[in-house]
Design a protein around this ligand. Structure first.
Ligand SMILES: NC(=O)c1ccc[n+]([C@@H]2O[C@H](COP(=O)([O-])OP(=O)(O)OC[C@H]3O[C@@H](n4cnc5c(N)ncnc54)[C@H](O)[C@@H]3O)[C@@H](O)[C@H]2O)c1
Length: 368
C-alpha cells in the first residue's frame, strides 16, 4: 500500500502528514523532498520504543549531529523540569533556530517536545513522529503543545504547528493493547463529533483496526486526521469550532486530576470515560436521543475496558471532580462549560451548567 499524504493548511503554517508502514526507513528521502536540511537534531525519544526502531531512525537521518534525549513518558514528566532539561541540552549543543527537535513518542513526548520547540529562541523547527495510535490520530496534528502543573492538566502551553508529521503504523506493533484502545477512543470521538459514516465504518471494522490490519488501520488513521485537520484549518486557535474536539474532555481532565494522573487511568481511558459521561448527561438533559446513546455505549462496550465510574471513584471524590471541572481552562465563569452530543455526527458547544446539576449527575452515577 502506498503512503497516504495529507496537507494541513493553517494561518501560521502549512505542513504535510505522511501515513504508511515502515516509513521511518524513508525519513531521509521525506526530509529531502520537503527541503529540510538540519545541521543539528535533538531526537527526543520515548524510552519504551523498541531500541531497534530508535537505531534505525537515527541511522536514516542524515545530519551532522544527532543527539538523543531519552524521555520517560508519563503525566508527571509533562513538566517544567522536563522542559528545562531539554532547553539545557539545546544550549549545551549550541542549537540555533534552523536546527530541529524531533519528537519520537506518543502524545506526552510530542506535547513536551513541541512546547520546548516553541519557546527555545522563540521557535525552532519541529518534526513529530508519533508512535502511539492516540498521537497518530490526534495529538500530533493541530499545534497544541503543553505541560501540566499542580493546578491541572495542559494549563501551560503554546500553539506551534509542526513542520512535518510522519506516522509510521509499524510503530504501533509494540504498543500495549491498553494504549491502542486509548487511541481508538479519540478515533471514536472524532466520528461522534462529525461523521456518522465513519462511526458505522468503525463499528463494522473495529476488530481489524485494533489488530492493525492493512488497509483498515491506515484508512482509519487518515480519516481521523482529516476530521481533525478540517476543524483545525477553520479554527486554529480554538475560538469556536475547534472546541468540539474537546468532547468528553472536561469530565476526562477532572477524572485524571482527581486520581493525581495515576497509571490507574491514563488519558485515553479518561477520554472514553468522559465521552460516556457526556453521552449520558446529554441523554438525561434531552439533548441526545436514546437510540444514538445506546449505539455509542454499545460501541464503547466492545472495547472491553473497565468503563464504569465506580471502578475509579467513590461519592467522596465528587467535590474534587467538580473543583477540577471548574478549573478547566475552557471555563470562563463559575459555571461548568460542557460540549454535549446532539446526535452521532453532531455536538453542541458551550452549554453552561451549574455545578449542583453536575454534582447531582455524578451522585447518581456513583454507588457509594
Ligand atoms: N496536543 C494535543 O492536541 C493533544 C491531543 C490529545 C492528547 N494529548 C495529550 O497526549 C497525551 C496522551 O498521549 P498518549 O496516549 O500517546 O500517551 P503517552 O505518550 O504516554 O504514550 C502512552 C504509553 O505508550 C508508550 N509508548 C509510546 N510509543 C510506544 C511504542 N511505539 N511502543 C511501545 N510503547 C510506546 C509510552 O511510553 C507510554 O507508556 C496526554 O498527555 C494528552 O494530554 C494532546
Amino acid at each position: 500500500m502506498k503512503n497516504i499524504n495529507l496537507n494541513v493548511i493553517t494561518k501560521s503554517k502549512s505542513y504535510p502528514i505522511i501515513i504508511g508502514k515502515n516509513i521511518i526507513y524513508q525519513i531521509n528521502n521525506i526530509l529531502k523532498l520537503n527541503h529540510f536540511n538540519f545541521e543539528k537534531v535533538l531526537l527526543i525519544a520515548d524510552t519504551k520504543i523498541p531500541k531497534k526502531k530508535l537505531i534505525i531512525l537515527k541511522s536514516k537521518i542524515k545530519s551532522e549531529k544527532i543527539i538523543i534525549h531519552p524521555f520517560i513518558a508519563n503525566e508527571r514528566n509533562k513538566s517544567f523540569k522536563s522542559i528545562n532539561l531539554i532547553l539545557e541540552k539545546l544550549f549545551k549543543y549550541k542549537f540555533n533556530r534552523n536546527d530541529c527537535i524531533i519528537s519520537f513518542g506518543g502524545g506526552i513526548t510530542g506535547d513536551v517536545s513541541g512546547f520546548a520547540a516553541s519557546i527555545f529562541k522563540r521557535g525552532i523547527k519541529f518534526i513529530n513522529i508519533p508512535t502511539t495510535l492516540l498521537a497518530q490520530v490526534d495529538s500530533s496534528i493541530g499545534g497544541k503543545t503543553g505541560i501540566n502543573n499542580i493546578h491541572g492538566k495542559n494549563l501551560i502551553g503554546s500553539f506551534l504547528q509542526p513542520d512535518l508529521v510522519i506516522s509510521d503504523v509499524s510503530m504501533l506493533d509494540s504498543l500495549p493493547k491498553r494504549d491502542l484502545t486509548c487511541g481508538y477512543g479519540e478515533i471514536l470521538k472524532h466520528s461522534i463529533i462529525s461523521d456518522i459514516k465513519i462511526f458505522k465504518y468503525l463499528k463494522k471494522n473495529y476488530s481489524k483496526i485494533l489488530k492493525l490490519k492493512t488497509p483498515f488501520i491506515e484508512k482509519t488513521i487518515a480519516d481521523s486526521c482529516k476530521i481533525k485537520r478540517n476543524i483545525v484549518q477553520k479554527d486554529e486557535k480554538e475560538k469556536n469550532l475547534r472546541k468540539t474536539l474537546n468532547l468528553g474532555h472536561t469530565f476526562a481532565h477532572a477524572y485524571e486530576a482527581t486520581l493525581a494522573f495515576s497509571k490507574k487511568l491514563n488519558h485515553g481511558e479518561a477520554v472514553i470515560l468522559g465521552i460516556i459521561s457526556s453521552a449520558k448527561f446529554s441523554l438525561e438533559n434531552n439533548i441526545l436521543n436514546k437510540k444514538d446513546y445506546e449505539q455509542i455505549i454499545k460501541h464503547i462496550n466492545l472495547l472491553n475496558l473497565p468503563m464504569n465510574l465506580n471502578y475509579y471513584f467513590k461519592k467522596k471524590d465528587i467535590n474534587t471532580i467538580i473543583r477540577y471541572m471548574i478549573l478547566d481552562k475552557k471555563n470562563n465563569s463559575s459555571k461548568i462549560n460542557l460540549i454535549l452530543i446532539k446526535k452521532i455526527g453532531k455536538v453542541i458547544l458551550d452549554l453552561k451548567f451549574d455545578k449542583l446539576k453536575i454534582k447531582k449527575f455524578l451522585n447518581k452515577e456513583l454507588l457509594n
